[in-house]
Write a protein that binds this ligand. Structure first.
Ligand code: UDP
Length: 324
């Protein structure tokens, strides 16, 4: 470790493992870490991640990929300076499709990744989630809000896996003295979201571009705050390098209703699609907006890319992804 102050992760001698490296956020993170001069090892079992997300990185001399399920015993040769644990399905569509895998990667996978961090003396950064707050009774949500989660509901598999992961991270930090960081990620969007991901933004773009009906669940009055992926990655990078454990909310604080979002995406695509309403899934949060005062104070971070600009870039990505 460097002398006084937190270890900076920049520099060619830094070796970093990203679990879930082939995922939407994981792949953007790998790119950023390479740009910062790190050597990057990415692990992914490709359950919801895709090798195509890493296409541009696969030949890079400081990048390697392992097709590996991190719920199994984890071993890496040589030193590691940091582990960023981003492996997990994260779309509500996966909560019913992959419930056991979600619980396993949040619990067993986090345990294995923490064990490796301890063995290597590496810093450990956990990708946690706004879902820790469940269907919040407080808005915006500060980190001090303890949440309103239904453990036996459909979303419980993700919410409780991540809450367990936070508890496990703090136990390793307090009991074993590992350097820990916890980021609570709010709705994030951008290029490399999968067409069949099932979340609102990929669904709306795919439907609008194809001219299909755009499916708004419920009356569409429920809100989310959408953050462009480059802003999110900047927040994660700052937290990794900061002398602060967290948890820290990273997300946009510009709140938008799902009906409004659907209409904006239809307009942005110049589409003739119409909005149709479908039943609201159980426990779907009615509001979600981060209080980002802590990120501003501790990391000097705030989102820089407007929703409009982010949506334009994402439209261009989906136009290409859906072109024949
Ligand atoms: N949603 C929707 N239509 C869709 C997919 C999602 O109206 O085709 C709604 C969903 O019910 C939720 C919001 O959009 O209220 C955001 O859903 P998403 O799946 O993006 O993730 P969440 O924020 O719920 O984890």
């Amino acid at each position: 470790m460097d002398g006084a102050g937190p270890l900076r992760m920049s520099g060619a001698n830094r070796r970093v493992l990203v679990t879930g490296g082939a995922g939407f956020i994981g792949s953007h993170l790998c790119r950023r870490l390479l740009d910062e001069g790190c050597e990057v090892l990415a692990f992914d079992n490709l359950l919801t991640g895709h090798l195509s997300n890493l296409q541009a990185l696969l030949g890079h001399p400081r990048f390697s990929f392992d097709h590996y399920d991190v719920t199994n015993f984890l071993y890496v040769d040589g030193s590691l300076d940091a582990i960023l644990h981003f492996a997990s399905p994260a779309s509500p569509a996966d909560f019913e499709r992959l419930p056991i895998q979600i619980l396993k990667v949040g619990s067993l996978g986090t345990h294995k990744a923490l064990g490796l961090a301890r063995a290597k003396g590496a810093r450990f950064l956990l990708a946690s989630t706004s879902e820790c707050y469940g269907d919040p009774l407080v808005s915006p949500q500060p980190e001090s809000y303890l949440g309103n989660v239904n453990p036996v509901g459909i979303r419980g598999v993700y919410d409780e896996a991540k809450r367990f992961a936070e508890a496990m991270t703090m136990a390793y930090h307090r009991h074993h003295g590992i350097e820990a960081r916890i980021v609570r990620i709010f709705n994030t969007f951008g290029p490399r979201m999968q067409v069949d991901d099932g979340r609102a933004i990929p669904n709306f773009f795919t439907q609008a571009i194809r001219g299909d009906d755009v499916t708004v669940f419920g009356d569409g009055a429920q809100t989310r705050s959408i953050c462009y992926v480059d802003d999110l990655v900047e927040g994660v990078w700052r937290l990794l390098n900061a002398d602060y454990v967290g948890p820290v909310n990273i997300g946009s604080d510009a709140e938008i209703s799902m009906l409004n979002l659907a209409q904006r995406i239809i307009a942005l695509c110049g589409s003739k699609s119409r909005v149709v309403h479908r039943p609201l899934p159980p426990d779907d949060p009615k509001v979600r907006r981060p209080d980002i005062s802590l990120a501003r104070k501790e990391l000097g971070w705030s989102p820089q890319i407007s929703a409009e600009e982010g949506l334009r870039r994402t439209r261009d990505y989906f136009l290409e992804a859906l072109s024949p």
